[in-house]
Design a protein around this ligand. Sequence first.
Ligand code: DC
Length: 231
Amino acid sequence: MQSKKITIAIDGYSSCGKSTLAKALAKELDYIFIDTGSMYRSVALYCLRNNLVHNNEIVVSEIINELPKIEIHFEKNPLNGKLEVQLNNEFVEPLIRSLEVSQLVSKVAAIKEVRAKLVEEQQKMGSKGGVVMDGRDIGSVVFPNAELKLFVTASPEIRIERRFLELSQTDKSINKEEIRKNLEERDYLDSTRAESPLIQADDAILLDNSNYTQEKQLEVALNYVKSKLQK
Ligand code: DC
């Protein structure tokens, strides 16, 4: 496609296929793909590892004190050639995908100071354009001027099924009820928190992929990209 490089913001609820779409778009356009959820997940993993979680609750002041010790960036993983998140220079995929991390991450993501630190990092990474970034607040806070904003959604049943397929590859004991509870809890926390709640930006395009294959979803999104590049 053209040499002009735009910024693409992809937001939406958990397990709606945002990352799948963002990854595919970045590959197709030769852009950088940044999964911002992996950054919040890495902070949650740090909290679990460093005893900052007591009875499933985090002490906000403890995390704030630890923030200077938490360094998060993306690096090409030599094992698979993919750009992956690093927590203090350690590749932390797939540890950050565990249910334990998923159960904590929305609480971590609700902390203003955590968000400020990660948003600053995200803005630096995307400052030159040519980036597809997925998250919850990309179109509303991180890149309010992004040329293309997509708000991805899918029905609850489809989301549960997709998460189940993903998690059951590494955790055979996982069940759909657990996943449903976790998704509902995170939807609630993500959309009602005081700091940068998940919202569809006014100028974001709604993309419901419940009945789309991954290929169809990519095709639809690429058409939006084309129309932005032609402007
Ligand atoms: O996309 P995900 O499920 O990996 O995201 C993990 C959590 O991080 C999710 O519950 C909400 C939070 N998050 C956020 O608050 N802002 C972002 N830009 C990305 C993720």
